[in-house]
Design a binder for this molecule. Sequence first.
Ligand code: TRP
Ligand code: SF4
Length: 404
Amino acid sequence: MSFDTEPRRILSGMRPTGRLHLGHYHGVLKNWVRLQEEAKCFYFVADWHALTTHYEEPGEMDAHVWDMLVDWLAAGIDPEQATLFIQSRVPQHAELHLLLSMITPLGWLLRVPSFKDQQQQLKDRDLATYGFLGYPLLQSADILMYRATGVPVGEDQVPHVELTREIGRRFNHVFGRDSAFEEKAQEALSRLGKKSAKAYSKARNEWLQDGNAAARESALATIAGSANISAEDRERLSGFLDGGGREILSEPEALLTPAAKMPGLDGQKMSKSYNNTIQMRDEPERLSTRLMSMPTDPARQRRNDPGDPDKCPVWDLHKIYTPAAKRDELAAGCRSADIGCVDCKKPLLDSLLEEQALLHQRAEPFEQNPARIREIIETGCARAREAAEETLEEVRAAVGTLYT
Ligand code: TRP
Ligand code: SF4
């Protein structure tokens, strides 16, 4: 399969945490908006994923889902271009998750870093559950379902995409076997000689089951180094290395979103749990007051003390909002104490308010008329179910549960 001719398919999801903040907007949503113009995109609300950790607050889900979706639309996600849906409205995700669970070694899930990390971080919740262990596998089902080629995610999610690749490969290995091809490969293997055949098979398994790329290289080296076999055998064995069967599920790639540093209003990283966020649709007065009292370079005690933008959290916001020429001017003013922090924050506040106005404006029609967003999601879910069902038909056939 050639990568260049295959259309790109993008899938990403977000847990419904309610209203989103500027970290989400600049770190995730703007990227989604860019991608929707270039590729077939599926964006969804991962409500089941939210339940794995927040099952004790079921009453909050509904509002969180719709609030978050309004923010997506405010960001410029276009439901004509991208398919928007809610995970639990596409129950095919549950079926694929279940079927994948049959071939998922427990060890693979136990060693996903977020499993232990989150249990540590969310000590007040009981996360020693079956559902939470399965979190990354459910995510694999989300991704494999749409044959996504690219999954835009932050760094913390890369191990989950990595797991998805391994699961996809293992599924193809177990269920995509072509017995005629496999027989020929076994014959070629017997001509390789006992010792080399053993080394090849061991390396092949490590590659197919664990995704160990070094093992794949070593298997290739074993074939290349053997004088016993024909060019045809060699080709067959190198093909066999990549599964030797049909590709039922395709392996996605993580599209790492370069994270711009988004400081919160207290100078720490912007995060809901620090209560320091600027929401995508904030109150203008609240935003003004809080930005004006945001900490700056501590060296600037008085108006005449020179400062250093690199030591100032406000500066990280300027990097996002202020054009370079204007920024140079402000930086010089800060270093020479020609301007005060209030002068420096003013143009930033203007840019923020301008952006806020746009976000409020885009959200308005959906706030006025909630039925509109429900319609959009209805349509999106139907489209998603159709795409999902196509994959599942093949998956059911492969695992033997398609009864005719
Ligand atoms: N786990 C992701 C997060 O916490 C959300 C998610 C669920 C997701 N399924 C996905 C992201 C599939 C990308 C693809 O952010
Ligand atoms: Fe920060 Fe601007 Fe004040 Fe310098 S002048 S410390 S960059 S707010």
